[in-house]
Design a binder for this molecule. Sequence first.
Ligand code: 5GP
Ligand code: MN
Length: 340
Amino acid sequence: MNLETTAKVKKLLNSSKNIVVVGHNNPDGDAIGSCLGLANYLNQKGHQVDIIMPNDFPGFLKWIPEASSIINHEIDSEKSKKAISQADLIFTLDFNSLDRTGELQKYLENATAKIFMIDHHLQPDTYATAMYSDDTMCSTSEMVYHFIEALDDLQFLNKQIATQLYVGIMTDTGSFRFPATTSTTHRVVANLIDKGAENTIIHQNVYDTNSLERIKLLGLALKNLIVLPEFNTAYISLSKDELNALNFNKGDTEGFVNYALSMQGIVFAVIFIEGANDNIIKMSLRSKGDFSVNDFAYKHFNGGGHTNAAGGKSYKSLSETISHFIDILPNYKEALSNES
Ligand code: 5GP
Ligand code: MN
């Protein structure tokens, strides 16, 4: 975080007692980890802090220290509305546009509080009073570390914050392997371990707590895997009925798309998931190399994210969405031919 932004943050914090920290819809490890880490730090600095998520988050993140303090707007909207209306300052973390906050969007837009964005997604919107936005960062959780560092406050790093930020960095980097993982990331992680983050236990809590049904769902997803060799592309689909038959829980499909991308020669992978209640098709898009799934999702599927990992959605049926996807691919034949 540069000196100018640091000065702005100091000023904002000096004039703020009540602070709200908000993550995005369908929060992932980075959203939860970065919000909890920042909130713990701000609490120690004497602020009154509420953490709000637009909706629930997966069971494999519920063990994280202080996760039970998070207000789920879908369950407790009165509490979240009150916190937003009383806030002097709102931090929005791990998203670049307010439409990533679902039902919360209108309350955030009408809030009188100043807004500070911390985020690593491409093309940030301009709703914030000030922002620390850096799309070269591997995770918002690493940015929260640099935020605390810039304020010369690393002495506030305790075991809770170390654990929270470790989860965010680990999940957003695919366990420290995606291209945005730098030597600085590893130095930050080393410091988190020194401060008490128990790396083996954290990995086990997140990755080795699968239910049998989730493993069966993975089996079904792999059975549904289709390869389009002409486009070095592979996709997976899961219908509402298939998900219901295996008692689908939030977060169960997390990471499935990576199996499609893990094949030799595949540079583009997508998973299509039919929503249980809303019929909306949620897509996760991944790529290797230069092919930008951010651009693809933005242009065709109401989404975005990063060059190699993005999300999107479609309001068509599952089969229509997949047909549309297949129809578009010839326009990208050349871009997809560059094997990485
Ligand atoms: P996932 O596929 O894991 O849901 O998301 C991959 C990445 O894309 C994450 O960094 C996530 O924040 C971002 N992302 C997911 N859905 C959307 C979306 O609808 N719009 C935008 N702009 N980014 C998204
Ligand atoms: Mn993130």
